[in-house]
Ligand binder design. Structure first.
Ligand SMILES: Cc1ncc(COP(=O)(O)O)c(C=O)c1O
Length: 410
């Protein structure tokens, strides 16, 4: 597998040690996508100073140095707290970025769905926990195939029937983790008794290897204020501790206690119930998290991923129209936030499928063709709208990578 770090920062025409120019190597990695005219246009400016301003928009653009700083910061916080770090793939969905997280010390990665895990496995990543339960024999067969192919595949389950389905499909041992509902009500065993019933079902199937439990509190992550977030997490951790005791009482092993996200990291570290954390959004950040963490003493991750857009019409005296609308951003979170000195005070509004309305800045002219970056409201579903991610360092486009997990929600 190519080591992406060694390939970065070369002008497009430099020859790599395996004999391709850097541009040829990217074309090879992108496959047929590289032939699309807008991708070909970006490839022609690769490695050139100022090339960030020539990426066809709307585009997902990653400030690679800011991403690396976020990754190093979270790795250091986990190391200092004695927690294993298993970042979630559902935020960035990109194998090249998983490799950087593993190099920075992550023990593995989480995937939300089997299709995400399959996309990552195809890229050679082998330490995967699937954090959503699955249902039915066809899904169990896919999980069994992953377990047979990968060095360290794990999957959660929250019902005795899931244990029977996995055992029936197994081609060899399958590592499982019992999902416990810690207050969100989305998935997981609702109480300690249900967790014990799942543990007994797992123990009845010798092909299944019980590793421990998962307790993820999604509804706590964006509570504003570290203390309020920690209080909500503490309640949920009591439920998780009760489930752990019930599983142990069946004779089941609980070595792994996994869960947590970007918002609860400090609380998870302080409360000491989890021994593995699964944050995802910290690597890119979004407006929702920036607002929730703004008063946290240690909450400052950088906005590394932004959506770049172009002013395509500037005829109205009060606003201009940009090329990023409902198809460029998810609409479930806060509205996108324009960035940069000229645009930060401007208001963005969705202007239909393809367009956004941007109020004109007070004292600065804006012309057709001007470009700006925006912070997405909610990063995960926003990024799922893009095939490719443009990696930049300063104002230089240094790489274009496929977002392999894009659309992989099956
Ligand atoms: C099970 C699970 N773990 C971890 C995460 C990551 O959380 P965050 O992106 O808030 O860091 C999520 C996100 O939805 C999740 O569903």
């Amino acid at each position: 597998m190519m080591n992406m770090n060694s390939a970065l920062c070369k002008p497009g025409h430099d020859v790599l040690w395996w004999g391709m120019t850097f541009r040829e190597d990217i074309r090879h990695r992108l496959g047929p996508l590289a032939d699309k005219p807008h991708v070909a246009a970006a490839l022609t400016v690769l490695g050139e100073p100022g090339s960030i301003h020539a990426i066809p928009t709307p585009a997902a653009v990653l400030d690679l140095d800011a991403f690396d700083r976020n990754v190093a910061r979270m790795a250091e916080r986990a190391r200092a707290a004695g927690l294993a770090l298993r970042p979630h793939f559902k935020s960035h969905k990109t194998a090249a970025l998983v490799r950087r997280q593993l190099e920075a010390g992550a023990v593995g990665v989480c995937c939300a769905k089997l299709a995400e895990a399959e996309a990552l496995a195809a890229e050679g990543v082998g330490q995967i926990l699937v954090t959503s339960p699955i249902a039915g024999p066809a899904a169990a067969a896919r999980a069994a195939a992953l377990a047979a192919a990968l060095p360290d595949f794990r999957i959660v389950l929250d019902h005795p029937d899931a244990a029977a389905e996995l055992a029936a499909a197994a081609q060899g041992p399958i590592q499982v983790v019992i999902d416990v509902d810690v207050g969100m009500g989305r998935t997981g065993c609702h109480d300690a008794e249900q967790a014990a019933a799942v543990a007994r079902a797992v123990l009845a199937h010798p092909t299944l290897k019980l590793l421990g439990v998962q307790g993820y509190g999604g509804s706590w992550q964006h509570i504003e204020g570290a203390n309020a977030r920690a209080a909500a997490a503490a309640e949920g951790m009591k439920q998780l501790q009760a489930a752990i005791a019930a599983v142990r009482a069946t004779g089941g092993t609980v070595e792994v206690v996994t869960g947590g996200g970007t918002g609860t990291f400090a609380a998870d570290a302080a409360q000491g119930v989890l021994n593995e954390v699964q944050p995802g959004s910290f690597a890119f950040m979004d407006r929702e998290y920036r607002d929730a963490l703004k008063s946290d003493p240690d909450g400052a991750f950088e906005q590394s991923l932004t959506i770049h857009s172009t002013v395509i019409s500037a005829n109205h005296p009060k606003w201009v129209t940009i090329d990023a609308g409902l198809k460029a951003f998810s609409t479930d979170g806060p509205t996108p936030q324009p960035l940069g000195e000229r645009f930060a005070a401007c208001a963005y509004r969705f202007f239909g499928d393809e367009h956004g309305m941007l109020s004109r800045p007070k004292d600065a002219p804006v012309a057709r063709g001007d470009r700006l970056a925006l912070t997405p409201g909610h990063i995960d579903p926003t990024l799922d709208r893009y095939d490719l991610m443009h990696l930049v360092q300063g104002d230089v486009l240094v790489d274009i990578v496929r977002i392999e997990g894009r659309g992989a929600s099956q």
